[in-house]
Design a binder for this molecule. Structure first.
Ligand SMILES: Nc1ncnc2c1ncn2[C@@H]1O[C@H](COP(=O)(O)OP(=O)(O)OP(=O)(O)O)[C@@H](O)[C@H]1O
Ligand SMILES: O=P(O)(O)O[C@H]1[C@H](OP(=O)(O)O)[C@@H](OP(=O)(O)O)[C@@H](O)[C@@H](O)[C@@H]1OP(=O)(O)O
Ligand SMILES: [Mg+2]
Ligand SMILES: [Mg+2]
Length: 374
């Protein structure tokens, strides 16, 4: 995209998301940086609209997926954020967390993983305690499907056998891990990673467990405002301010690994710190296109990202002119970039972005990840 042209990002979001995400502050910052955010009219076919340099969406269903496919064929230079196939993986709580188990990251003292869990498809297996004897009470029951519906957020903390009665398979039974009542939400926007603290479910001691009856249903606990919590005295006991964040480089490594593994640019994941093993972290949930507006300074982060996607230089890139100049030398020397790639690794592929006579960006990535933004 030439510098004097504006970038157009079309967005297709549900009304609630549109209201929270498309704020005037975001629109005006984008505008000042040469990006127009344009609402996609969901009553008309996508291919009849545009042109869009980028289609930003959080919409599901076969029809929408087909529309995106048609659009991509007709507009091969446009970028869809993100691919429906990649998003789909997050709609199942098992395949979602498999991405964490597949990560290979060298970490020092800090370790990470996922809680012990099992998928239960029928009541028979649910009441057959032997089939999930490796899980101790309390357990969390989560709907297997995480498709954004209110139903998919309805959870239950189950304290004993009696608490199983109200559960409706298919569900995931997951070990409840005491974590000091604080959850870490890690927001990812392309290369950007931000970790924040939120209140979570309080710890359940062995002592307390004996006196608890059945199960406790709950929904979107970390999104509740204090007015919405029935028992705020209880939550006030946990001081968010005193809780230390996990090491930033450790979290960034997990975030970048997940981004590659999932082939997604816009997501967040929930992390808890295992109270039994202080430096063990567990990823318990991954969400596509979460509530970024809750992140301080979200306008700048998202505007930088859109600039990157549509090929406009972000402020950061402009400052790093040295990098671009180096690429120019490579080009002027007439070096075959595929040769450079092969020197680095046989599996590397280079994608070069050219603006006028300048190489403005070079994306080098392993082959399977070409198409993912660098
Ligand atoms: N294994 C676990 N151990 C302890 N607490 C947990 C565990 N799993 C979930 N929780 C608590 O339950 C909450 C809801 O669980 P989860 O994040 O999986 O649900 P969700 O509906 O997908 O949430 P979101 O609104 O983030 O999409 C978490 O934020 C955390 O407070
Ligand atoms: O707005 P949406 O409907 O997309 O809701 C998302 C919500 O964002 P919001 O804050 O804008 O409500 C997210 O909150 P944070 O993790 O960022 O706290 C998280 O709960 C997602 O799981 C929800 O997506 P869903 O799983 O339901 O698709
Ligand atoms: Mg969550
Ligand atoms: Mg979730």
């Amino acid at each position: 995209m030439a510098d004097d042209m504006r970038g157009v990002v079309g967005y297709a979001l549900l009304p609630k998301k549109q209201q929270s995400f498309i704020q005037d502050s975001l629109l005006s910052l984008c505008k000042s940086r040469g990006i127009d955010l344009v609402r996609i009219d969901q009553d008309r076919r996508l291919i009849d609209q545009g042109p869009f340099d980028c289609v930003l969406h959080k919409m599901y269903g076969d029809d929408w997926r087909k529309q995106l496919e048609e659009f991509q064929i007709q507009n091969p230079n446009s970028t869809i954020i993100d691919s429906p196939v990649s998003i789909q993986r997050l709609h199942n709580r098992i395949s979602m967390l498999q991405a964490v188990s597949e990560l290979k990251i060298e970490s020092g003292a800090d370790t990470f993983g996922i809680p012990k869990q099992i998928v239960i498809y029928d009541k028979e297996t649910l009441f057959d305690r032997q089939s999930w004897e490796f899980l101790k009470y309390p357990v969390i029951a989560k709907p297997l499907i995480a498709d954004g519906s209110a139903k998919s957020h309805k959870m239950a903390l189950v304290f004993n056998h009696e608490g199983l009665n109200k559960l409706k398979p298919p569900i995931v039974l997951q070990e409840f891990v005491n974590h000091g009542g604080v959850i870490f939400k890690v927001y990812v926007v392309g290369e950007f990673v931000k970790c924040v603290k939120r209140k979570s479910l309080p710890d359940v001691s062995e002592e307390k467990l004996k006196s608890l009856e059945g199960s406790l249903p709950f929904s979107q606990i970390s999104n509740l405002t204090s007015d919405e919590r029935n028992d705020d005295k209880y939550y006030k006991l946990m001081d968010l301010e005193e809780t230390e964040l996990p090491p930033q480089s450790f979290i960034t490594d997990i975030a970048r690994g997940l981004r590659r593994g999932l082939k997604l640019n816009l997501f967040n994941f929930d992390v808890i710190r295992d109270a039994r093993i202080g430096n063990r972290y567990l990823v318990i949930d991954i969400n596509y296109f979460p509530g970024y507006a809750k992140m301080p300074g979200y306008e700048t982060v998202l505007t930088d990202f859109f600039c990157d996607v549509v090929g406009k230089k972000s402020l950061g890139e402009e400052k790093e002119k040295g990098g671009v100049e180096k690429l120019q030398v490579v080009r002027n020397c007439d070096v075959d970039l595929t040769k450079i790639a092969s020197v680095m690794s046989m599996a590397l592929v280079a994608v070069i972005h050219v603006e006028g006579s300048l190489i403005t960006k070079i994306c080098i990535d392993i082959e399977e990840n070409v198409g993912l933004l660098c």
